[in-house]
Design a protein around this ligand. Structure first.
Ligand SMILES: C[S@@+](CC[C@H](N)C(=O)[O-])C[C@H]1O[C@@H](n2cnc3c(N)ncnc32)[C@H](O)[C@@H]1O
Length: 345
């Protein structure tokens, strides 16, 4: 059995497939819902306020079967995906254990901090409604990174979740970096893209979740990569000033409130070397969407276990990068929205 992308047992595979197929089945329901929206919603007079807009649209859609179906499917998926993935993992755990054990050691290092005070906006929150949240199982990093991501989300996520990470990693301004920091590295998917695209770089990752970092460690060891992983808040790392040639993140920012986003940019600036680059990628800005599309995104976030999404999607991240001190900033892309900048020399 491989560490990555495991072959599940029949029961786990069936349950995981059911949820992945439910994710794919939402597409035709969405088409029907769009037809109902066109018929029932007064799109020219939608309120500016997001809550008032939600009330107006949901009341207009009260009789829409497609709306009720989409809600039900989303709710079912949200409530069950973590539990199903944990059960699928438990069926293969005995076979997998030698590989999990063997990949605990290798060229990569992980420094956990049992004394770390996790921010209240993160601690105990079940992001994405995943059973138990980021720390919900001893092997949650594996469950999340290999089963939820690769066996479910990757099958219905538009644009390909791994291709997207690679594209963003390639968008950093230079072809070569000596030292890269990945903020909110989680189980190591974006870190993998960085390692593949900048094979000579020394790669460091920080995350709050010990469970996610443990899987990032195993991924690095399985691939012979010498990542340095730390359990540290991105807004308050222990690195010296001017340490990294590139500071990067992929979908970290929508998981933290706006004051923490500002602190993360400030910390990125502090630890970037003079002349070093920044690339932060995250979810679609509401300002780039029409009112109806922003409602869809906001509603998906509200019911999808994303408590900070609205706050983050309402910010101008390039402006925040400038406030932090970065120059030559740019912002582009709808999803993901990508902000780049440079620390002046
Ligand atoms: C959506 S995941 C990031 C995905 C990851 N970059 C990837 O490519 O798969 C968000 C991660 O950010 C971490 N996180 C949230 N707030 C953080 C903070 N203040 N500092 C460091 N990590 C944080 C969470 O623990 C979680 O692992």
């Amino acid at each position: 059995m491989e560490l990555q992308d495991p072959k599940l047992k029949q029961r786990g595979r069936a349950s995981v497939n059911f949820l992945a197929q439910m994710g794919m089945a939402v597409a035709p329901v969405r088409d029907e819902l769009n037809a109902d929206i066109a018929r029932l919603v007064d799109q020219d007079n939608l309120p500016d306020d997001l809550d008032a807009r939600d009330t107006a649209i949901t009341s207009a859609l009260a009789q829409s079967t497609a709306f009720a179906t989409q809600r039900l499917m989303g709710d079912w998926h949200g409530r069950s995906h973590g539990k199903v993935a944990i059960e699928a993992f438990q069926e293969i755990q005995t076979d997998l254990q030698p590989i999990l054990d063997a990949t605990t050691h290798g060229p990569a290092t992980l420094t956990l901090d049992p004394q770390m005070e996790a921010p209240a906006y993160w601690e105990g929150v079940h992001f994405h409604r995943t059973t138990g949240g980021w720390e919900g199982h001893e092997h949650m990093g594996y469950v999340h990174g290999e089963i939820i991501h690769k066996k479910m989300v990757a099958r219905f996520f538009p644009g390909g979740i791994f291709e997207q990470r690679r594209k963003i990693a390639q968008m950093a301004p230079q072809d070569h970096y000596d030292k890269i920091l990945d903020m909110g590295c989680s189980s190591g998917h974006f870190t993998t893209a960085l390692a593949e695209i900048y094979p000579d770089a020394e790669i460091t990752g920080v995350d709050l979740s010990a469970r996610m970092l443990e899987h990032a460690l195993r991924t690095a060891n399985a691939n012979g990569w010498n990542w340095k992983l730390y359990q540290q808040p991105a807004e308050n790392t222990q690195f010296a000033d001017d340490s990294f040639d590139l500071v990067a993140s992929y979908i970290l920012l929508h998981e933290v409130p706006s004051d923490a986003i500002r602190n993360i940019f400030a910390e990125a600036f502090r630890v970037a070397k003079p002349g070093g680059d920044l690339i932060m990628s995250d979810v679609t800005r509401y300002a780039d969407l029409d009112k109806l599309s922003a409602w869809k995104a906001d509603r998906g976030a509200k019911y999808g276990g994303e408590p900070h999404w609205r706050e983050s999607a309402s910010l101008d991240l390039a402006e925040i990068a400038r406030e932090a001190g970065f120059v030559d900033t740019s912002a582009e892309g709808i999803y993901p929205h990508i902000v780049r900048g440079r620390k002046p020399i």
